[in-house]
Design a protein around this ligand. Structure first.
Ligand SMILES: Nc1ncnc2c1ncn2[C@@H]1O[C@H](COP(=O)(O)OP(=O)(O)OP(=O)(O)O)[C@@H](O)[C@H]1O
Ligand SMILES: [Mg+2]
Length: 274
């Protein structure tokens, strides 16, 4: 159950009154202002639109995130606990996900200290097991008809101690297929399907399948389709290669089929790695 309430204070003033702010995220591309806040001995991730001059679009996305948070529960999705209506729009209170964001700026991807580099150099079975959670979340969402949007490694928080993967920022997911009205859509080029660059194209779960295939190639391979660069068995590589076909009709038809292929490849001998 997601609680709802209303405040008259600006979100940040409210958060200072109820707890201790230990992290601030004020440099996001979205323009949102988010916070790590502790109260009652628990840590929370609090997402707000900030004090945007033109907040309408951000409020719409946050309300969409609230819809998703109220609809789906999965251990890899930090739970949405409360939505507060404030003078500056909705304030979303999630459980805090421990770990490190895998998405790092491009110039840090080869830095051995970066989470991206350290994750890619884990034993392949660790990476595949973390990807299992990402696939399961998308199977759940996909069965309900959701289409992914703006999914990339900046949506993945990995705890190197407990090996838990969390998936965050589903704000751009939509409840069904739609037409690309933008041309180049929101997202990281490394994860985007061809149709996400062309106005008038259909965006559906085959687009989401492409994005997940890219996630597999980026995290278990080197981001190319090269078999030699891929650190897992052929069966997993083949699932990703089918997912990343340029023509949507050549990919797994939806997220559930991708998840089924992934699971089958994982269960084959060699699908689990040492
Ligand atoms: N539940 C969570 N627990 C801990 N940290 C989180 C959580 N959700 C998100 N974060 C961190 O906060 C950052 C901002 O969150 P998020 O990506 O949802 O915001 P955004 O406004 O949509 O930003 P962007 O423009 O980067 O998409 C994330 O990059 C991640 O580091
Ligand atoms: Mg976002």
């Amino acid at each position: 159950m997601v609680r709802t309430s209303r405040i008259d204070l600006a979100p940040e003033d409210h958060l200072r009154a109820i707890g201790t702010i230990f992290a601030v995220f004020d440099r996001q591309d979205s323009g949102n202002m988010s916070y790590g806040v502790e109260w009652d001995g628990e840590r929370h991730f609090v997402k707000t639109a900030g004090r945007a001059e033109d907040p309408e679009q951000r409020w719409v996305l946050l309300r969409n995130a609230a819809r998703i948070g109220a609809t789906y529960r999965h251990e890899a999705l930090p739970a949405l606990r409360e939505v507060i209506e404030s003078p500056h729009g909705p304030v979303l209170i999630y459980d805090w996900a421990d770990g490190e964001l895998l998405g790092v700026p491009r110039d840090r991807r080869d830095d051995p200290a970066s989470a991206f580099h350290r994750f890619r150099h884990l034993p392949p079975e660790r990476i595949a097991a973390a990807l299992d959670s990402v696939v399961e979340v998308h199977d759940l969402l996909g069965r309900a008809g959701e289409v992914a949007g703006d999914f990339y490694d900046g949506c993945l928080i990995y705890d190197f101690g407990t090996h838990r993967m969390s998936v965050v920022d589903l704000d751009h997911y939509r409840p069904g297929p739609y037409v690309n009205e933008m041309g180049r859509m929101f997202g990281s080029t490394r994860f985007m399907a061809p149709e996400e660059f062309v106005k008038g194209e259909t965006i559906d779960q085959r687009t989401s399948v492409f994005t997940l295939g890219r996630a597999v190639l980026v995290l278990l391979g080197d981001g190319t389709t090269h078999r030699e660069a891929f650190r897992g068995p052929a069966a997993l590589w083949e699932v990703a290669i089918r997912a990343c076909q340029p023509l949507p009709a050549d990919r797994q038809p939806d997220l559930a089929s991708f998840a089924a292929d992934w699971r089958e490849a994982r269960s084959l001998e060699g699908g689990r790695m040492a």
